[in-house]
Design a protein around this ligand. Structure first.
Ligand SMILES: C[S@@+](CC[C@H](N)C(=O)[O-])C[C@H]1O[C@@H](n2cnc3c(N)ncnc32)[C@H](O)[C@@H]1O
Length: 418
């Protein structure tokens, strides 16, 4: 670690400014999934535009991006030498934000599609135009009905989105036929790792724009969505030329932690906490089952399917799932998910941990508070009312615990490891 960085790290240990409520003014472009911050009071100097690109993703931290960035910048405004770890990268929006802002990023998630998105966005070193020929070639392919059409394509004329087998479908047949042709061609082309990831990312983003779902693939709509009538059209993803040596990982978080180098300054964690409702079936909140189709498109492995949504057999509740999604209590009487969180904090070696937490998550407030105080010092808490876009900085006492039972709040905890 360079001397200037050490100095920065000393500076940051000094008392943080406590700001009261702030309103973040931004425009939100749904079609481009772009969040542009117009005015951010004391959050940042000047205006920033943080544009990232991703599929619809339950629990995506899109609206929290400016807050995550501002917290991270407090460690040091000089981000040249700062390496960050996004442990549960999911849609990859946070990893993209960090990489686009100039941090060196280690991005991890146990989902295959997350690895593909991260490879496309974080490892690319060519200008986006370099991929136009590939994307044009894929768009020009003749549609062919194959495995994806058989399982996920429905007839447009049928108001109910099924095709005679009584099962609702996520796409219209004309688009799954394109998917079938394009997916086979991506394998046939024998592309280098990044180009292949760019092609798959482009395909998945295009499918996400014409789906007939509520944003996940655990169940499909009764009637075709308006967007499902559109034709599938691939576009070059919103790539940039990466200047840093980012690293993409595809591991269980605890394996990933063991492999990380010693120079990680900030670890951002957004684990899938699940719900406090003990009666909620675990399958409802599991990422592997919500986004099984993106996994299948990445792997192109024609897996055995089950259930009304045609889920991969390996996403059944008996097999898949993460300890962070576990809704049960362990032998100790504590939630298994909370114990996993404690292990996570304990085994992380970075100087700082930024942890996302939603009100109504699995960890009980007291337990979470205890875990956060046990292995470090909470230096900042941000409470974000994501419906009203209001952010408050809380004193790093246990204040936050009082209103955590209320809905619609997202918390960001910044912990300094001691
Ligand atoms: C709440 S989402 C992360 C969302 C992400 N921050 C975003 O903005 O899109 C949680 C992620 O954790 C991943 N995950 C669950 N258990 C995991 C584990 N044990 N190791 C690594 N990743 C895991 C899931 O695949 C999912 O993408």
């Amino acid at each position: 670690m360079g001397n200037h960085l050490l100095k920065r790290l000393e500076e940051k240990s000094q008392k943080y400014p406590v700001d009261r409520e702030q309103r973040l003014v931004y425009t939100w472009d749904n079609t481009k999934d772009t969040l542009t911050i117009l005015q951010s009071a004391s959050i940042m100097n000047g205006n920033i535009s943080s544009s990232t690109q991703a599929v619809k993703y339950a629990g995506s931290k899109l609206k929290l991006l400016p807050y995550i960035l501002s917290m991270s910048q407090k460690v040091s405004e000089n981000i040249d030498n700062i390496t960050v770890f996004d442990g549960f990268s999911g849609s990859t929006r946070v990893s993209q934000l960090y990489a686009k802002s100039g941090y060196t990023v280690y991005a991890n998630d146990s989902a295959s599609y997350s690895r593909v998105f991260n490879t496309a966005f974080l490892l690319n070193s060519k200008p986006p135009e370099a991929y136009q020929g590939l994307i044009d070639h894929l768009n020009a392919l003749k549609p062919v009905e194959g495995w994806f059409t058989e399982h996920y394509g429905g007839d447009a004329f049928n108001k109910a989105s099924c095709n005679g087998d009584g099962l609702k479908k996520p796409w219209q047949r004309k688009n799954t036929a394109k998917l079938d042709a394009i997916r086979e061609e991506i394998d046939r082309l024998n592309l280098d790792e990044v180009s292949r990831a760019v092609a798959l990312t482009s395909l998945i983003l295009a499918l996400d724009r014409v789906d007939s779902t509520l944003g996940h693939f655990a169940a499909y709509l009764n009637d075709w969505s308006v967007r499902s009538y559109r034709d599938l059209l691939l576009e070059v993803p919103a790539l940039w030329v990466n200047q840093r040596r980012n690293v993409v990982m595809h591991d269980d978080i605890f394996d990933a932690l063991r492999q990380l180098p010693d120079n990680i300054i900030i670890a951002y964690f957004d684990p899938p906490y699940g719900s406090n409702n003990e009666k909620m079936p675990p399958s409802r909140i599991r990422y592997a089952s919500y986004y099984h189709i993106w996994t299948t498109i990445c792997l192109n492995d024609r897996p055995e399917l089950f259930g009304k949504a045609g889920r991969r057999a390996d996403t059944s509740d008996a097999i898949a799932g993460s300890v962070f999604e576990d809704f049960r209590k362990g032998a100790s009487g504590r939630f298994i998910a909370t114990e996993a969180l404690e292990k996570l904090i304990k085994e992380t070696r970075s100087d700082y941990i930024i942890l996302s937490y939603s009100s109504g998550g699995r960890a009980t407030t007291d337990e979470l508070n205890e875990v956060l105080n046990m292995y470090g010092k909470i230096v900042e808490i941000k409470k974000i009312d994501y419906k009203k876009n209001i952010m408050a900085t809380m004193k790093w006492t246990n204040d936050w615990a009082k209103d955590v039972a209320e809905k619609n709040y997202e918390y960001l905890f910044m912990m300094e490891r001691i």
